[in-house]
Design a protein around this ligand. Structure first.
Ligand SMILES: Cc1cc2nc3c(=O)[nH]c(=O)nc-3n(C[C@H](O)[C@H](O)[C@H](O)COP(=O)(O)OP(=O)(O)OC[C@H]3O[C@@H](n4cnc5c(N)ncnc54)[C@H](O)[C@@H]3O)c2cc1C
Ligand code: SF4
Length: 337
């Protein structure tokens, strides 16, 4: 008999897992709280490290979803934990008896308003990494008007005790370097500066991207933390920072400042966690059964994870986790037949 697998979250992790679990012969029901599938991937334009078009990756994931039961604009209303299954009532009124549940609820982007000293939402020319991706997709943003001096601030809402998150978000160094190159392609005369704490360019092809940013695009990298941003009368920005290599304070005037907001646990994902009494780590992301041998399993039998629900990851890492989760679920269902 076909077993029911409920997938909560229709981002890259949920979509890839749905495709694989469906291929393994199980009955998949995927729910997504937003109107469209795709999660954060749907918001990105080109992907690091190669510049691959995000739309192409998303289209493949969507193509693979054909024929799979999928409810968008849908959330979980309640979950009743039974002996070997989960009785789940959805916001659209449908009830599902799930033999296994996969949580692929991803992340929320850090709310940059919380770092008041950077002036997001206060000054006209302070934007986030997500705003810049939207601009690259639409070329429509009043705040971006032929800037001559552009700054990127790394680690916004990550590695920062003041906001209660000391963890690294893993993907924002590579995103900053990619976006710095892209902005230089568009505004060729602009001077572009990245203010970083450490550069975490760990993956294959990432170091090449960093070297290219310096050699081909002339991006300047300054090791230092921006302490304060203010606005001049002509709406340009004045930033105060400390160059931590030379230990000298510095003042720089800019026309555009891009804040590299990090990844925070998904609030609505954590609401599901509470319904299923799942534990999280200190960083707020879900805790796995074992951090080496059972990365996709939760501590509750029949409940699995894939993607950023368990901590910051790149897209290839996310997709690989989705495939692992599919196999783990398949094995679990075979054992509980
Ligand atoms: C600024 C930025 C740029 C990036 N650029 C790149 C890049 O160039 N290359 C790269 O490899 N990686 C990049 N990444 C990382 C990439 O975005 C993630 O790896 C990927 O989005 C993770 O997919 P996911 O499915 O785990 O989570 P998400 O993309 O967050 O998807 C989760 C989905 O679950 C849904 N959901 C959450 N809770 C519920 C609920 N309770 N009920 C129903 N649905 C729910 C959400 O609405 C969402 O659609 C970037 C990240 C950031 C922050
Ligand atoms: S990846 Fe880079 S920018 Fe992001 S939190 Fe880590 S060190 Fe900071």
């Amino acid at each position: 008999m076909k077993k029911n697998v409920l997938i909560i979250g229709g981002g890259p992790a949920g979509m890839e897992a749905a495709h694989q679990i469906n291929k393994l012969g199980h009955n998949v029901i995927l729910i997504e709280k937003e109107h469209d599938l795709g999660g954060h991937l749907a918001k990105w334009d080109r992907l690091f490290p190669t510049g691959r078009n995000a739309r192409e990756v998303l289209d493949t994931l969507k193509e693979n979803m054909k024929g799979i039961n999928c409810f968008t604009d849908t959330e979980v209303k309640s979950i009743n934990i039974l002996k070997e299954s989960y009785n789940v009532i959805l916001s659209n009124g449908i009830t599902i008896l799930a033999d296994a549940v996969l949580i692929s609820s991803g992340f929320d982007l850090f709310d940059a308003h919380k770092k008041e000293e950077y002036g997001y939402g206060i000054y006209d020319h302070v934007i986030t990494n997500a705003d810049l991706e939207k601009y690259y997709k639409t070329h429509n943003d009043e705040r971006i008007k032929n800037p001559k001096r552009i700054g990127f601030v790394h680690c916004v809402g990550s590695r920062d005790e003041k906001v209660g998150n000391i963890a690294c978000s893993k993907v924002c160094c590579a995103t900053a370097v990619k976006q710095a190159c892209e902005i230089k392609e568009e505004f060729k005369d602009a001077e572009v500066i990245c203010f970083y704490m450490d550069l975490r360019m760990f993956g294959r092809g990432y170091e090449d991207l960093y070297l290219k940013a310096q050699k081909e695009y002339g991006i300047r990298f300054i090791r230092g933390r921006v302490s304060e941003v203010s606005e001049n009368i002509d709406k340009s920005l004045q930033i105060k920072a400390e160059d931590t290599l030379s230990s000298k304070p510095m003042k720089v005037s800019l026309d555009l400042l891009v804040l590299m907001a990090g990844m925070r646990p998904s609030k609505s994902g954590n609401d599901i966690g509470k319904m299923l009494e799942l534990s999280t780590m200190e960083d707020g992301f879900f805790n796995t059964k074992d951090d080496f041998n059972n990365l996709q399993q939760s501590k509750r039998p029949g409940v699995f994870y894939a993607g950023v629900a368990t901590g910051p990851k790149t897209l290839p890492e996310t997709l690989n986790e989705a495939r692992s989760a599919a196999l783990e679920i398949h094995n679990y269902l075979a054992e509980t037949l």
